[in-house]
Design a protein around this ligand. Sequence first.
Ligand code: HEM
Ligand code: HEM
Length: 192
Amino acid sequence: MLRNTTTRYGWAAIVLHWLIGLIFIGQFVLGWTMVRMASQRTAFDLIQLHKSFGFLLLGLVLIRIGWRLANLSPELPDEVGPMERRMAPAVHFALYAAQLVVPLSGWVLVSVSVLEIPSVPFNLFVMPHLPLGVSEQAERFWLFGHKWLAYAGIALVALHILAAVRHHFWLRDVVLVRMVSPFFTSRRRKPE
Ligand code: HEM
Ligand code: HEM
């Protein structure tokens, strides 16, 4: 039940999917809000929180990618058309890439920032900065990069959620429910 099979996701993939999904969307909302705060003090505290969850996300994503490479992935149900059969792996690959590059670009941003504020995830330990040149120019570039990678990532997530909703309510197949529990392996189809 922990591992995937050719027809269903196991608990490890399911728990990692929802935990990472929640943190990714939460990080977007937090990132968007914190840079629009009137109070400098609140903005500073929220940015530290954003960095903490960002590093947590990065760790979880590395575990998830390792697990994904060491496991099978369930095949799409037979009724899924040829177009989506080709699209789905490409979108999933892009989502994996987004989960990795958005936190990485955030880490680069804090590493090149002229403010040189240390990152201390959840006040537990000091996360070292990446060995990169600090400059105002690099900071401006990576702020732009981090922001637009996050925006592109969230646009992809929106597409992904629409696809899941379509499977569940329109096509009425097993695709969404099998990401909820390994025990959900089929669905009663709408009477014709
Ligand atoms: C409400 C939010 C979400 C819903 C309803 C949802 C739903 C799903 C479903 C149903 C699948 C299974 C697809 C299949 O069987 O082929 C899936 C897979 C996946 N989801 Fe989500 N998802 C959500 C959020 C996210 C977020 C925020 C991310 C990443 C940032 C994400 C990344 C992925 C990836 C990478 C896979 C492929 C898993 C694999 O086969 O390795 N999802 N999602
Ligand atoms: C290690 C991980 C991360 C670090 C260190 C980090 C760091 C930062 C920092 C320092 C800022 C503030 C920039 C400024 O001073 O204006 C920022 C902004 C932002 N971050 Fe992150 N971040 C990380 C992960 C993420 C993730 C996973 C997302 C979500 C998708 C995200 C979304 C955003 C957004 C939307 C903004 C606001 C951009 C704007 O509208 O100006 N970040 N991030």
